[in-house]
Design a binder for this molecule. Structure first.
Ligand SMILES: [Zn+2]
Length: 368
């Protein structure tokens, strides 16, 4: 089981200058490698692999001291990142989703690199290749065996993430208590018990702050000093929102798994994210963070998180299985059926998700 531990990194001025150079060169390698892939495909119909490009990178480092000064592994992490972007692109095409071709990265879109080697950690310092030991703020202990590390710069400063192998996952417990969870529109989500989990007020506040700051940014002149300041404020609002989502997701998942052994949820990757309003995209992001926390925690705790295809879950009656004569539209908030009293739409969907998840789980356990 791999877990990531993130800490604020505290480089001194000289180290910071070197890290900035690493980021800059890593970004150049990423963009050059993307360019190379595009032209190899255009001119020769050839698809370059990460390993083709790694050979070229070795040559580049031998002939150019600017790149020689940066660790080979750090630059290779850009090739890996590009390769992952390509794979994701082809996977989305195969799944019939909106593909999104890998993009060239401007300075604001490229903020991290990986070591690609086992990091050496001494107390609260970490050995950065070709740079030396850099301090970090170790507010909690690292567990397991460090495998890799990455460094990221954002508007608040530098961060180090240490990826560790924390050992075997615990044996799965025998599933007893179970629930389904349906992603909401008005609320964050609804459980098959009928409970609605409301959106934290904080989400709405940071949404408003973000929207306001984006408007300010849009009015600034390109290349102006005040535009740089406005951009920083937007980045900070994004980061704040991201931390809030993470915090909310972790707490909610912890609560859910103290009550239930099996939690089934909608796999929105199946449906494909709908691009719409800002509020919608923030909500989708929050759901993504929640699902990630849910699957991690399930593995850690020996419990079950089961992804369910959401198609039809909001239409079908969870009590009798009938499909309605008239399809519910998004604005129909109540589920009605001849078999019983009306029910909240999301509650009905959550019950369907619970049932689908349980049968998928049984199926997979019988097969194993
Ligand atoms: Zn019914």
């Amino acid at each position: 089981m791999i877990r990531s531990f993130r800490y604020p990194l505290r480089p001194n001025k000289a180290q910071e200058a070197v890290l900035d150079v690493y980021l800059w060169r890593a970004r150049q390698v990423f963009n050059a490698a993307l360019e190379q892939r595009i032209s190899a495909y255009r001119n020769q119909g050839r698809t370059l692999t990460r390993y083709d490009q790694q050979r070229d990178l070795t040559e580049l480092r031998q002939s150019d001291p600017d790149f020689e000064a940066v660790p080979a592994t750090v630059l290779r992490s850009s090739l890996k990142r590009l390769d992952l972007a390509y794979r994701a692109f082809f996977r989305r095409i195969k799944a019939g989703e909106k593909p999104g071709f890998p993009r060239f990265k401007g300075r604001d879109r490229f903020k991290s690199f990986s070591f690609m080697v086992k990091p050496s950690i001494d107390g609260s310092t970490i050995l950065v290749p070709k740079l030396g030991y850099v301090k970090f703020y170790k507010y909690r202990e690292i567990r397991g065996v460090p495998l890799d590390a990455s460094i990221r710069k954002d508007s608040r400063g530098w961060w180090v993430s240490i990826q560790c192998d924390v050992g075997e996952s615990p044996r799965k417990i025998e599933p007893a208590a179970h629930a389904g969870i349906d992603v909401g529109l008005a609320s964050f989500a609804t459980l098959s018990t009928g409970e609605a989990i409301s959106n934290p007020r904080l989400f709405r506040e940071s949404e408003a702050v973000l929207a306001a700051r984006q408007q300010v940014l849009a009015r600034k002149k390109r290349g102006s000093r005040s535009r740089i300041r406005a951009k920083k404020l937007v980045a900070r609002a994004h980061e704040r929102a991201r931390n809030q989502r993470l915090d909310f997701a972790r707490k909610l998942v912890a609560q859910l798994f103290t009550r239930f052994d099996v939690i089934s949820y909608e796999d929105l990757n199946i449906r494909g994210m709908v691009h719409g309003t800002l509020a919608k995209s923030i909500h989708d992001a929050a759901w993504g963070v929640f699902v990630h926390a849910l699957t991690c925690k399930a593995e850690e705790a020996g419990k079950w998180a089961v992804a369910v295809d959401p198609r039809g879950t909001s239409q079908r009656c969870s009590r009798c299985g009938r499909l309605p004569d008239v399809r519910k539209s998004l604005s129909d908030r109540v589920h009605t059926c001849v078999c019983g009293p009306p029910m909240d739409r999301d509650h009905n969907a959550a019950c369907n998700i619970d049932a689908l998840g349980l049968s998928a789980l049984e199926g997979s356990r019988e097969a194993a």
